[in-house]
Design a protein around this ligand. Structure first.
Ligand code: SAH
Length: 201
């Protein structure tokens, strides 16, 4: 499927009913979601996991593209919306209501897709990256500016390496960072990390 067509379909995803700021609930814009999913698909990934799926956009994009998708989310209300969205998009996704931090996966994945909490004061976001690297060969993740040194350290710990990154700007609701405007363009980076092979190459 063409990326523009994927973006079109992802534009129809229903948003969070009442976003919970403490869980950093906001949607990945359809263009960015389509870029991530398309790149993941083009790289030949078949089995993916979406960590903190929210309203389901990344998992649904993956399933629409023909990948097998599992999705983890702590919030039951968000999961309900995600399930509705999956149905409306006519795709099957294996949804699991769990905290990513202590999620024990019995399987490995080709890729993890995620737009995790950015707040670097809490360990929440870091736990997403750790879990993603633990259970998948490739990770596609969105992060706030200045995350690279931290991510590099995590990669060393989890035997991954950063293979690509791209800068984007996304509109975040005022409640997350700014208080004077309804929404503000915020710079983010999308990172792709990959598991180093055993002989270290
Ligand atoms: N992936 C979605 C939502 C991103 S917002 C999208 O790209 O649009 C981050 C999501 O992570 C929210 O839905 C939030 O409820 C969820 N989340 C936050 N902490 C979590 C945790 N510990 N375990 C599982 N999900 C969590």
């Amino acid at each position: 499927m063409k990326k523009s067509e994927l973006k079109q379909k992802l534009s129809r995803i229903e948003a969070f009913n009442s976003p919970k700021v403490e869980l950093e609930q906001y949607e990945t814009p359809p263009q960015l979601a389509a870029d991530i999913v398309h790149s993941c698909y083009m790289q030949g990934n078949e089995k993916v996991i979406d960590l903190g799926t929210g309203t389901g956009i990344l998992a649904i994009g993956a399933a629409i593209s023909g990948m097998k998708a599992k999705a983890v989310e702590i919030d039951s209300q968000a999961l309900k919306t995600a399930q509705k969205n999956a149905e409306a998009s006519s795709v099957e996704i294996d949804f699991v209501q769990k905290d990513v931090t202590n999620y024990q996966s019995e399987e490995d994945f080709d890729a993890a897709l995620m737009n995790p909490p950015f707040n670097i004061q809490s360990n929440e976001g870091l736990n997403f990256w750790k879990k993603a690297m633990e259970i998948s060969d490739t990770v596609y993740g969105v992060a706030g500016k200045g995350f690279r040194p931290r991510l590099k350290r995590l990669c060393n710990e989890y035997n991954h390496e950063i293979v690509a990154s791209e800068a984007y700007t996304i509109g975040l609701p005022a409640s997350y960072e700014f208080h004077t405007e309804a929404s503000r363009e915020t710079p983010v980076d999308v990172y792709i990390t990959r598991r180093r092979s055993k002989n270290g190459t």
